[in-house]
Ligand binder design. Structure first.
Ligand code: PLP
Length: 229
């Protein structure tokens, strides 16, 4: 192996992004979908700016973080350097972080309870900013996981709209690690369709091609791009 080949396996190899791009393109073609119908969110949580910059330089502009504080520490400088970055919050949100979240993120994937709806509605009004909002569905009904139970989803989405005046763009799910993801993606797509929601945030490094088959419009891919955390 040449030294170049050795360094190509580091966590921020541009080749990793390219492989993910190729797999997305292949999954879209197989599903008869346009490549432009799927947004790749590069999940940069735990990685510092020096690992993120090469991925931006390779052309990636949409990134995901799961903690407000961590994102606040590293993204404002990167967003000043690269003005067209789009940042998604994919992790749980606490009401007391809603102000910072609305200020920093272009999309929030973890709307899942009335206190968050209330805090977001207040900040959207105060800051005149409109992050794209996704309701998280806990499709596996796992006690340790955030999200709305599937049986509560319709009522929750209605209350987001009617009680809090929020515009909801789509749904997000994280299937249980020990189950086939397909049925969880299908259930999320079904709930979205009956609630008139066009966007589906589903699929991670291990299963984004499957998610695209089931209609994902946003795939959240971390380790396949950045390496192991
Ligand atoms: C970390 C994370 C991802 C990315 O996971 P990988 O397996 O590294 O691709 C996607 N979605 C959420 C909610 C995450 O927290």
């Amino acid at each position: 192996m040449t030294p170049e080949n050795t360094s190509a396996v580091t966590s921020h190899s541009p080749n990793a992004l390219l492989s993910v791009e190729q797999e997305i393109a292949r999954a879209c073609a197989e599903a008869g979908r346009e490549r432009s119908s799927v947004t790749l969110i590069a999940v940069s949580k735990t990685f510092a700016a020096d690992a993120i910059t090469p991925v931006i330089e390779s052309g990636q502009r949409v990134f995901g973080e799961n903690r407000v504080q961590e994102a606040r520490a590293k993204w404002p400088a990167l967003m000043t350097a690269y003005s067209d970055i789009v940042l998604h919050l994919i992790g749980p949100l606490q009401s007391n972080k809603a102000k910072e979240a609305v200020a920093l993120f272009h999309a929030i994937h973890s709307v899942d309870r009335p206190s968050i709806c209330q805090a977001l509605a207040k900040e959207i009004e105060a800051q005149k900013k409109h992050p794209e909002l996704f309701v998280q569905i806990n499709t596996g009904e796992e006690a340790q996981k955030a999200g709305v139970a599937p049986s509560d989803a319709d009522a929750f989405i209605r209350s987001c709209r009617e009680a809090y005046g929020l515009s909801i763009s789509g749904l997000m799910c994280i299937p249980p690690v020990d189950e086939a993801p397909g049925p969880h993606f299908a259930l999320t797509a079904k709930i979205a369709a009956r609630n008139g929601l066009a966007r589906l945030s589903m699929g991670m490094s291990a299963d984004f091609a499957t998610a695209i088959k089931f209609g994902a419009t946003h795939v959240r891919v971390g380790s396949a791009i950045f390496g192991h955390r």
